[in-house]
Ligand binder design. Sequence first.
Ligand code: SF4
Length: 298
Amino acid sequence: MNTTGIVYRPPFEANSLLLQVTTGCSHNKCTFCYMYHDVPFTMCPLEQVEADLDEAALFRPDVKRVFLEHGDPFTMPAERLLKIAELIHQKLPKVETIAMYASIQNIRRKTDAELRRLRDAGINGLDIGVESGLDEALTMMNKGHTAKESIEQLLRLKKARYDFTLNIILGCGGAELWRENAEATAVMINAVQPRQIFTGTLHAEPGCRLYGEMQSGAFRECTFRELLDEQELLLSRLELDECYYFSSHPSNVMPMQGWLPKHKQDMLEAVREMRAYLTYRLDEIPARGGEGSILNRE
Ligand code: SF4
């Protein structure tokens, strides 16, 4: 298979066939993100996609789910996505779902009719980096969308029968706005009732704009206490019919997963236990390793 740049995927796509159809990210301006800073956005030639599918048909002919790469393949015009879906079904006839990362801008640029046609072609399970429901935090991260736009576009997706995962970043309002971030993010999530939420905490690598702001003190990171308080407040405010809460990213203070609302009280209790466990570290800012993994939790 052809690949350009590092390939990222959500943990729950571990068994999916990863198929590169774009390189980089069409936005590539989020202040915390370094993933594609040296990879220009391009659409891969369809001949290359077809050759990769021919190869996949030899070693994974029974695959049921394909995950398109890289950062936001849903940015492609609907006609191109439909052509890729057609090639996938032709070469891998057992595929049921074609998933990928998507942004709010990607959805906004598609008509309702296009969204329906793409869904009918098997595209579903979009993984969407909304990050927050607080406009101040979204502006700070340079996400290119507002909370109101997130709600509008996600409701359009729901109307077109899509399931989706929302990526949420705890701590993205910094130490000053952790409470407002939790409250506003809960309002946004409750309004759209996603199938799954995937959480991480804010971190930045050298080279990102946000890293410089953290170093200069212009942006004050959350402590362990603030991150746990924010997680507890967010969980307590979520009113969801049926949603999987998945926080396995290494940047989380604690790994946690379960169904909401069924496991809500258990998860809240786990946050309180973690707060008690970290009593002597609560006012420290987490030290970070690769992918924001927390190094000083023990
Ligand atoms: S966080 Fe997502 S949308 Fe933002 S620059 Fe990175 S890949 Fe692109």
